[in-house]
Design a protein around this ligand. Structure first.
Ligand SMILES: Nc1ncnc2c1ncn2[C@@H]1O[C@H](COP(=O)(O)OP(=O)(O)OP(=O)(O)O)[C@@H](O)[C@H]1O
Ligand SMILES: [Mg+2]
Length: 149
């Protein structure tokens, strides 16, 4: 099983899409093992998106992600990193396929509703950036035998 980091961004929270995103993760079969609302401060935003520090849109990205509260989650499942990236869709909502979160709910690359880790390495880094080990809950969920062979 893999764990990945998922976040409803400030636009998703303000537009009332927290439940929509969580519902899609749940229906897919992913298991939520940690969740909290927080207001990201500048320093954490820069750290989280440090791979983009040299990009022209970096400051706008930091301003966006610190513009209101977010909902951060750790979700678990077989190939969870890949599964969640598929479920949220392409970075630019204009190109994201219908049926994906960004394809269904976004209009602008700078307001794309959700974040999800793009690799196992970034998942581990981002999870530890947002959650202490004791905030991640180990439990078995009923029905797993109907999800996995
Ligand atoms: N060309 C761009 N112009 C403006 N904003 C951009 C651009 N490219 C990316 N961004 C913003 O920076 C974020 C991080 O870009 P990245 O390339 O990591 O895409 P992503 O992995 O699909 O998104 P995220 O990391 O937020 O899940 C994007 O979600 C988007 O909000
Ligand atoms: Mg990314």
């Amino acid at each position: 099983m893999e764990r990945t980091f998922v976040m409803v961004k400030p636009d998703g929270v303000q537009r009332g899409l927290i439940g929509e995103v969580i519902s899609r993760l749940e229906r897919k079969g992913l298991k939520i093992v940690a969740m909290k609302m927080l207001w990201i401060q500048e320093e954490l935003a820069r750290e989280h998106y440090m791979e983009h520090a040299e990009k022209p849109f970096f400051q706008a990205l930091v301003d966006y992600i610190t513009s209101g509260p977010v909902v951060a989650m750790v979700v678990e499942g077989k190939e969870a990193v890949k599964v969640v990236r598929t479920l949220i869709g392409a970075t630019n909502p204009i190109e994201a396929a219908p049926g994906t979160v960004r394809g269904d709910f976004g209009m602008d690359i700078g307001r794309n509703v959700v974040h999800a880790s793009d690799s196992l390495e970034s998942a581990e880094r981002e999870i530890s950036l947002f959650f202490n080990a004791d905030e991640i809950v180990d439990y078995s969920k009923s029905g797993e035998e109907w999800l996995y062979e």
